[in-house]
Design a protein around this ligand. Structure first.
Ligand code: NAD
Length: 256
């Protein structure tokens, strides 16, 4: 059995993944704002440090896999802090524990929104590792009425970070696959308010068309996450694996 650390484990995709892995007999250490083994706010430097310190204690110095599910979709600079910088801090901070693990694997939840229009100032600042500039660019987007770009930009940035980082010496060279899963619309507390309102529901359905099976439950995503972070995944790395009912194929078409 393996030891997994999952951020965002108290709700939605993180919780469903934790439940599946526990049912398979693995040990799961959960992290979230509250209601988890580790309470840590991944928007802050203190929370990111707390995650690493507590993970080291609870896991006994080694982890076999890290799954970064913590995230939010607010039209607010907080979204770039958690979705991009919180995930990067999770992977960088826990890398030494993974390096001591058996068949180590790492994965973040991206989004099909990464293929939507983005704000290049936010994405570029995020990829340069400049959190202050990324927050400032996010605030500008919000101020000019384009706050929705903060979320798509956070997902584009973390997807590109994954691709750049996965092939480096300390990941691929150390035998650690690093991937993203890109969901379409999953029925979780994150999307419930959008889907409950008929007006925003129509906008969501337009923006993320899902011809195959429609909106998904988080339990339908968990097996893919489990496989990508299992020892069976020996060669998939640097990928954003879309699990989106066909949304990426509709939106991007031939652009591959
Ligand atoms: P959710 O709201 O059910 O779960 C997200 C969890 O992240 C929550 O428990 C929340 O407390 C935690 N979190 C938020 N901010 C945090 C912080 N600062 N520090 C620590 N934890 C924090 O949402 P979900 O739908 O399960 O989303 C999980 C991930 O999947 C997110 O990255 C989201 O962007 C992504 N995603 C979701 C969908 C969807 O349709 N639900 C689609 C694409 C991508």
């Amino acid at each position: 059995s393996r030891t997994y650390l999952i951020t965002g484990a108290a709700s939605g995709i993180g919780r469903a993944t934790a439940e599946l892995l526990c049912a398979q007999g693995h040990t799961v250490i959960g992290a979230d704002l509250k209601d988890s083994d580790i309470s840590a706010d991944l928007a802050t430097a203190e929370g990111r440090a707390e995650l690493v310190t507590r993970a080291r204690e609870l896991a006994g110095g080694r982890l076999d896999a890290v799954v970064a599910c913590a995230g939010l979709a607010h039209a607010d600079p907080l979204t770039i802090k958690v979705n991009h910088f919180g995930a990067v801090a999770t992977f960088e901070g826990l890398h030494p524990l993974l390096a001591s693990g058996t068949d180590p694997r790492a994965l973040v939840i991206g989004s099909v929104d990464a293929v939507h229009p983005t704000d290049s100032a936010i994405v570029d600042a995020a990829l340069a590792g400049d959190e202050e500039a990324a927050v400032a660019a996010s605030r500008l987007a919000v101020d000019r009425g384009e706050g929705h770009l903060v979320y798509s930009s956070s997902k584009a940035a973390i997807s590109r970070w994954i691709r750049r980082t996965a092939v480096k010496d300390d990941w691929a060279g150390a035998g650690i696959p690093l991937n993203a899963v890109g969901p379409g619309v999953i029925l979780t507390p994150l999307t419930r308010p959008l889907l409950d309102d008929p007006e925003t529901r129509r906008l969501v359905e337009q923006a993320v068309p899902m011809p195959l099976h429609g909106h998904a439950r988080p339990e339908q995503l968990a097996p893919l996450i489990a496989w990508l972070t299992s020892p069976e995944n020996t060669h998939v790395t640097g990928q954003v694996v879309f699990a989106d009912g066909g949304a990426d194929a509709v939106l991007r078409g031939d652009r591959i």
